[in-house]
Design a protein around this ligand. Structure first.
Ligand SMILES: [Zn+2]
Length: 231
């Protein structure tokens, strides 16, 4: 007789077959999110092994960054983009934990000296709709492996809504302005933080976050993301 977990696992598989999110092949029991082939073929950047990499150079002249890395290249049309799409729009936070852990596995040396993992805050309305902040989920996956705490209280997104009584409901929604702010700057004084985003395209969101942090004394900022968009 096997244990009780195994037959239950098969039972669940029968009605809800688990498939690889990238290629659609059925997953073996020990596989999670990705099949072994897609896991092996991940388009890794290996930026953590390359100082002055493409991502660090993206921020030069814009704001000071200690170091920056991303797990994957997200090329146009790449099947791996489905991972982020499912994480953001299909209510699958487990993908964020999985990807965060995967990223962290490469970063044990790279992350030495980092005090806090700080997810880029999501607009509160988006968080309400989605149920979670995907960057925070990725941060939790990183934190588990790196054993560095997540701080999601200090860097915040504040929302200011102008009174626009004559605007239609939809237009009012569009006019909600949001900016990043710091709730308690002492927390990060003299610290090194790892700012975490899901996918970096232009770096504008990160730039907005960093702007809010620039006044903090002796703060060092590094950056990690799951993907960097590329052509
Ligand atoms: Zn696959």
């Amino acid at each position: 007789m096997g244990n009780l977990i195994t037959p239950f696992g098969h039972f669940v598989d029968l009605f809800f077959p688990r498939i690889c999110l990238v290629c659609g092949e059925k997953l073996y029991q020990q596989e999670e999110i990705l099949c072994s082939k897609c896991l092996y073929d991940l388009p890794r950047t290996n930026f953590h092994l390359e100082p002055k990499n493409q991502l660090e150079m993206m921020f030069w002249g814009r704001f000071p960054v200690e170091k920056a890395t991303a797990l994957l290249y997200f090329k146009k049309g790449s099947g791996y983009r489905k991972l982020i799409h499912q994480l953001k729009y299909k209510g699958k936070p487990e993908i964020g934990i999985f990807m965060g852990r995967l990223l962290a596995e490469d970063l044990s040396d790279w992350a030495t000296g980092i005090d806090y993992i700080v997810p880029v805050p999501l607009h509160p309305k988006k968080k309400k709709i989605r149920g979670y902040n995907q960057s925070e989920i990725i941060a939790n996956g990183l934190s588990e492996i790196l054993e560095i705490p997540v701080d999601n209280q200090t860097l915040i997104r504040s929302t200011f809504t102008q009174t626009q009584t004559r605007k239609a409901r939809y237009e009012r929604w569009e006019n909600v302005k949001s900016v990043f702010a710091v709730s308690n700057s002492q927390t990060f004084q003299g610290k090194h933080i790892l700012l975490v985003d899901d996918v970096i395209t232009t770096g504008a969101t990160l730039e907005g976050s960093v702007q809010a942090l620039l006044d903090i004394r002796e703060l060092k900022i590094s950056i990690a993301a799951i993907g960097i968009a590329s052509n």
